[in-house]
Design a protein around this ligand. Structure first.
Ligand SMILES: Cc1ncc(COP(=O)(O)O)c(C=O)c1O
Length: 405
C-alpha cells in the first residue's frame, strides 16, 4: 500500500504496544499493575458536571466561535490574571481540543519546512512527532551532566539560523522536575533577544510539591503578550483531572492567534461546546479540587520515592511536581523498551520506556494511581530486577520464585 512518507514517519505511541499486551493479560485475569497511566484518578469536579449538564438540559449545544465561547475565554482571562499576573485580551486566546491541539496549532502556525524546534530532553513524547508533522526538525538538547537541568550554553549551541522555537515543559513530563526560575528567566531573555518563540507547556503548573513556587515565563518579560515571544499552553486535563474533556488553550500574540483560528477552523472548528461549558465550570468553581489532588499526588510521590530507594543502584532525581518520576535503570540494562517488556512479562507491571522521552535506560513511573498499586508495583519490580531483593513473591495468589539472577 502506498502511504504518505510523512505520515509513516510518525512514531507509534510508546505505550500502545505495552498497553495492548497489558490489556490482553488483564483479560486473562492476570493482576497487572499499571504504572504508565498519564491521568489522575479523581472524579470530575462537580462544577464541571453542573455547568455542562445545565447546557444539556436546555438542549443548547451548537457550534461555538472557533476560538472558544466568550464566557470560557473570560474564565481563562481570570485564570491567567491570577496565575500568570498577565491580563490577556480575548484576541490573545484560542481554546483547543486539549493542550495537544494547542501545541499542534502553534507549531503548524510557526514552522516553515525545515525550521527547527529545540526540545529539552527528557521531553514529552508528542513534541518531536508534532514538529515532524509540521514539516519541522526537532533538535534535542540533553543535559551533559546527567541531570535533568540544562545549561543555557548547551541550548545556545543547538540554536541555528533555522531555530523558530524552544519548547519548555515545567514541571516536566516525564521527569517531574521544575526548572529553576533563573533558567526560565535566561530562556525568556535569550528568546527575546534572538526572536525565537518560547512555547511554555504549563499543563502541570498546579501540581507542584513541597510548597515550591512555580514561576511563569511572563514574570521575566517586560514585553506585552503581543510584542513578546512567550506563548503559553494550558488546559484542564491535569490540574482538574479532566483528561477526557479535551479542553486546552493557547495564549499568544493576537497576530498568531488569528492564524491559529484559521488553521483550527479548517481542521476541527470549535472544541465541543458542551465540554467548553464543563471547563468553564471547573475554572470558575471551587479551586479546592486542585489542592486535594495536589496533596494526594504529593503523598503518592513520597511513597513511590521511599519504595524506589530500596532499589539497589537506581538513581532518582526527586520530582518537584506532575505525577511522574523518571528513575535511571541503566544498572539493569541499556534498552528501556526491553526492560519495560521484561517487567510486564515477569512482574506484570506496566512502565514507560525512557527511550520515548529521549532518555534511554530510564523508565517513567506514574504515581497518579493508588498507594496499594504503587507499593506493590515497585516491590514486584525490585523482585524482578534487584538481586538483593527477596527472591520469592506472591503475584495475585501465585507464589513466584526468581531464578534468573
Ligand atoms: C507535557 C504534556 N503536554 C500536553 C499534554 C496534553 O494534554 P491534553 O490531554 O490536554 O491534550 C500532556 C498529556 O499527557 C502532557 O503530558
Amino acid at each position: 500500500m502506498s502511504l504518505s512518507k510523512q505520515a509513516r514517519a510518525i512514531a507509534t505511541s510508546p505505550t500502545l504496544a505495552l498497553n495492548e499486551q497489558a490489556s490482553k493479560l488483564r483479560a486473562r485475569g492476570e493482576p497487572v499493575i499499571h504504572l504508565g497511566i498519564g491521568e489522575p484518578k479523581n472524579p470530575t469536579p462537580i462544577n464541571a458536571i453542573l455547568s455542562s449538564s445545565a447546557r444539556l438540559r436546555v438542549g443548547d449545544v451548537k457550534y461555538s466561535r472557533v476560538d472558544g465561547t466568550p464566557s470560557l475565554k473570560k474564565a481563562i482571562i481570570r485564570y491567567t490574571e491570577e496565575n500568570y499576573g498577565r491580563l490577556p485580551a480575548p484576541e490573545n486566546i484560542i481554546v483547543t481540543t486539549g493542550a495537544k491541539q494547542s501545541l499542534f496549532n502553534i507549531l503548524y502556525t510557526l514552522l516553515n519546512p525545515q525550521d527547527e524546534v529545540i526540545l529539552l530532553a527528557p521531553y514529552w513524547v508528542s513534541y518531536p512527532e508534532m514538529v515532524k508533522m509540521c514539516y519541522g526538525v526537532p533538535v534535542v538538547v540533553t543535559p551533559e551532566d546527567g541531570t535533568f537541568y540544562h545549561r543555557m550554553a548547551e541550548i545556545e549551541q543547538a540554536v541555528s539560523a533555522y531555530t523558530r522555537a524552544i519548547i519548555v515543559n515545567s514541571p516536566n513530563n516525564p521527569s517531574g522536575v521544575m526548572y529553576p526560575p533563573e533558567f526560565i528567566a535566561e530562556l525568556v531573555d535569550y528568546c527575546e533577544r534572538k526572536g525565537i518563540y518560547l512555547i511554555c507547556d504549563d499543563i502541570y503548573h498546579k501540581l507542584v510539591f513541597d510548597r515550591k513556587e512555580w514561576h511563569p515565563a511572563y514574570a521575566y518579560s517586560d514585553k506585552s503578550i503581543d510584542d513578546g515571544h512567550v506563548i503559553v499552553v494550558n488546559g484542564v486535563s491535569k490540574a482538574y483531572g479532566m483528561t477526557g474533556f479535551r479542553i486546552g488553550w493557547v495564549i499568544a500574540p493576537r497576530k498568531m492567534v488569528e492564524v491559529m483560528i484559521n488553521v483550527q477552523s479548517q481542521m476541527t472548528s470549535n472544541p465541543s461546546t458542551l465540554l467548553q461549558a464543563a471547563a468553564e465550570g471547573a475554572l470558575i468553581g471551587s479551586q479546592g479540587v486542585i489542592e486535594n489532588l495536589r496533596l494526594t499526588i504529593q503523598n503518592n510521590r513520597d511513597v513511590v520515592l521511599t519504595e524506589l530507594k530500596a532499589f539497589n543502584n537506581v538513581r532518582i532525581i526527586p520530582p518537584d511536581g506532575t505525577f511522574y518520576v523518571l528513575p535511571d535503570f541503566r544498572a539493569y540494562g541499556d534498552d528501556s523498551v526491553a526492560l519495560a517488556r521484561f517487567l510486564l512479562e515477569t512482574a506484570l507491571v506496566v512502565t514507560v520506556p525512557g527511550a520515548a522521552f529521549g532518555m534511554e535506560g530510564y523508565l517513567r513511573l506514574s504515581y497518579a494511581g493508588s498507594i496499594k498499586d504503587l507499593t506493590e508495583g515497585v516491590k514486584r519490580m525490585r523482585w524482578a530486577l534487584d538481586p538483593t531483593a527477596p527472591n520469592e513473591i506472591y503475584i495475585g495468589d501465585r507464589k513466584l520464585v526468581r531464578d534468573w539472577l
